[in-house]
Design a protein around this ligand. Structure first.
Ligand code: MG
Length: 251
């Protein structure tokens, strides 16, 4: 894995040579610095403006893709011309889950919440078409117990609900929601199959997208570690520099 900004000659050459570009970027930890409370996550005005300028370019499409609910994501982005794909890319505003799936999600969520009610540092977040078990505020033993409780509940929903690990969070998704890798590839094919895809993300839920868009420019943001991305960016501040660099190359 190489530093994206440190390999600029190669990267810029590919950008300049592309007939068009589809840029996917995650939100938390990628555009917005990670914070203790997800409700405090913010992007800078410069990042927002750079995304809006890129989205207005005739050769570029931009999508923000996040595990957040779509309404929440939209409220945080507010970048003109930048569609927000919530629920790991599944929710563009046009999709609906079957009623039975929603009932199942609700039953599982309520049961997990009842088992972990009052556990310090653990919370269960209803995200409409999914739910999250967030244990980043818990100590190691409590986190393990929370994961165990979730496993026990989900054992009864096998084949219909699954847990996807993130950073100190487990996202429970119905089988209809197949994750960012499936979604990013689908949107890329739908909108510009000949375009150069670029994918920026920071955690385990982004790894399937690094894999499914392996022919493009993929970068993992944050700590270096095992990843399928070709490059890394150190922080959301470097993501902002990348976006501004990208804009200069496509002028
Ligand atoms: Mg993220």
């Amino acid at each position: 894995m190489r530093p994206l900004l440190g390999c600029w000659m190669d990267v810029a050459g590919r950008i300049r040579g592309a007939a068009s570009i589809v840029l996917f970027t995650d939100f938390d930890g990628t555009l917005a610095p990670l914070v203790a409370r997800p409700e405090d996550a913010r992007i800078t005005g410069a990042t927002r403006a750079a995304l809006a300028r890129l989205a207005a370019h005739p050769r570029v499409r931009v999508f923000v893709i996040s595990g957040r609910g779509r309404a929440d994501l939209k409220a945080r982005m507010t970048a003109p011309g930048v569609p927000c794909l919530g629920a790991f890319g599944w929710d563009s505003g046009a999709e609906q889950l079957p009623t039975e799936t929603l009932r199942r999600l609700c039953r599982a969520r309520l049961e997990v919440a009842a088992r972990l009610n009052g556990t310090p540092g653990v919370r269960v977040e209803d995200k409409g078409v999914s739910f999250a078990l967030d244990y980043r505020g818990a100590d190691g033993e409590t986190g393990r117990r929370a994961r165990r409780e979730l496993d026990e509940v989900l054992a009864r929903f096998r084949g219909t609900l699954q847990a996807v690990p993130g950073d100190h969070v487990l996202e429970v998704l119905p089988r209809e929601i197949r994750g960012k890798g499936h979604a990013a590839r689908r949107w890329w094919r739908l909108h510009a199959p000949g375009a150069l895809p670029i994918y920026l993300g920071n955690d385990a839920t982004d790894e399937p997208a690094f894999k499914s868009l392996a022919g493009g420019i993929t970068a993992r943001v944050g700590r270096r570690g095992s990843t399928r991305a070709h490059y890394f960016l150190r922080s959301p501040a470097e993501v902002e520099r990348f976006l501004e660099g990208l804009e200069k190359e496509i002028r």
